[in-house]
Design a protein around this ligand. Structure first.
Ligand SMILES: [Zn+2]
Length: 259
């Protein structure tokens, strides 16, 4: 498809106020939203505000240039990340944040090998119950950053006795190859007040702290333990340093070790 040169002025006027430029050290993030997103949570309709972002080398306030290039780029081949925001996220004193790493098998298929699908839905519920917060869905974090195909290979190793950490290492990957800097840049654009983090993973607390964010606290997110993910969750605790103050796996887990 050839790239278009100019946009209809009406189309541009609709899009312009919904796009925000976030400059990075190199390149920029273009954040689009908010967009109303009513979600079915256990039969209840909860209305979130949805934002999506795109990384681009070109840094410009001329959004027509960016939009005009999209049709020539196969963006579906490169998944974009997004964030679901609930309540008065900018102004509310207390807000719950979840940085959720994409998990194709857990989030979409409901795989019991991990607890990602459970954590995704549970964090949306907790954020809505809390009254204000944001769920970041990080599309480049599949399999702790190794990608879906490599995760399939890692699962084969796991079926043959390797734990989640060793499987990644055997395939030549770092145990955890995820980067949170873009999500943090987006978070800082949406809110400057302190946030509480929904996670069992101390690395996420570290990443936020190092990025200069004011972290008010941490809320645990364990649950949906089964015979299929017990080993995975134990690995998270014993090898990946996940915190589990509540003792026991009674409410803990994570299969792709994605938390
Ligand atoms: Zn998972």
């Amino acid at each position: 498809m050839p790239a278009i040169k100019t946009l209809d002025p009406k189309v541009l006027s609709l899009l312009q106020p919904k796009i925000k430029l976030i400059k990075k050290d190199e390149g920029a993030i273009y954040l689009v939203g908010p967009i109303k997103l009513p979600v079915n949570l256990d039969g209840q309709t909860i209305e979130f505000k949805w934002y999506c972002w795109l990384n681009c080398k070109e840094v410009t306030e001329d959004f027509e240039r960016i939009v005009a290039k999209l049709s020539a780029v196969n963006l579906a081949e490169l998944q974009q990340s997004s964030v679901l925001v609930y309540g008065d996220f900018e102004q509310e004193e207390s807000a719950l944040i979840r940085f959720h790493s994409i998990c194709h098998t857990g989030d979409i298929f409901g795989s019991k090998r991990c607890d990602c699908g459970f954590q995704l839905k549970q964090s949306m519920k907790q954020i809505a119950e809390h009254g204000s917060g944001a769920l970041f869905y990080l599309a480049n974090h599949e399999g702790r950053g190794i990608g879906l195909f490599s995760k399939a290979l890692a699962y084969i190793l796991q079926e043959n006795g390797f734990d989640t950490v060793d499987a990644n290492l055997q395939l030549g990957f770092a145990d955890d190859a995820r980067d949170y800097s873009d999500a943090i840049a987006v978070l800082k654009t949406l809110r400057s007040k302190p946030v509480s983090l929904l996670t069992n993973n101390p690395r996420k607390l570290d990443a936020l702290g190092k990025a200069g964010l004011d972290v008010a606290g941490r809320v645990q997110l364990w649950g949906d333990v089964s015979e299929y993910n017990e080993k995975y969750l134990q690995t998270k605790i014993h090898r990946s340093g996940h915190l589990n103050e509540e003792d026991g796996m009674g409410e803990d887990k994570d299969c792709c070790n994605n938390d």
